[in-house]
Design a protein around this ligand. Sequence first.
Ligand SMILES: N[C@@H](CCC(=O)N[C@@H](CS)C(=O)NCC(=O)O)C(=O)O
Length: 244
Amino acid sequence: MSYELYYWDGIQGRGEFVRLALEEAGAAYIDITRQSGPGRGIGAMMAIMQSHSEAHIPFAPPFLKDGDLIVSHVANILFYLGPKLGLAPDDEGLRHVVNGLQLTITDFVAEVHDTHHPIATSLYYEDQKEEAKARSAYFINDRIPKFLGYFERVLQQNPHGPKHIAGDAVTYADLSLFQVVEGLLYAFPKAMSNYSSRYPLLAALHDSVAQRPNIARYLKSERRLPFSTEGIFRHYPELDMEVP
Ligand SMILES: N[C@@H](CCC(=O)N[C@@H](CS)C(=O)NCC(=O)O)C(=O)O
């Protein structure tokens, strides 16, 4: 039976972290809101979230349906899927290490979102542009170096070598780090210029994920929607700046 992925249509958004894992594994899945028909489309997603009878309803997308089970939150979905898709370590302790890394990515993604929506998600970007500029300057100067520097150190200190963020094989956290770098390159091209000299191991990980056959095929496919100013990673030139 196919997994069912529920996420807002038209953007990569947070759903993309789950999509990359499903695509890498060649798993059968249905992107519910990108299809029409019974049990498909945005209506089907809203029906679950707004249900007054369904058990364990999710607060927000993305969520995954596997049979009757509904699993929400990117990191939790990946923690669930990882072993099934062969994208998590066999060792239970290491699976929790990977989960910790994924949760750090979750925190970072929330901060990426807050660069363009620092005041309220319900307001337009244009209504919080000045605050977004101030927030982005701190994000670029403080937070990108802190988070990317952290991932670089974790790669360097991986006892199995720096090709993967944890263990000796690809995990869903490696795929998510690829997406984080892709997103930052789109949103903040000036701030990210020369990133590969500052974070060479992370850059190598990014490039190696992009070259994985299933990922490379997916990136060229119509299923990979382009980044845009509707998603989490948004390019507004006025928020971007060179770093010294
Ligand atoms: N921690 C959740 C965040 C989920 C989330 O914020 N989803 C967004 C779309 S990317 C949403 O629809 N939020 C609705 C809201 O916060 O009101 C995750 O990692 O999946």
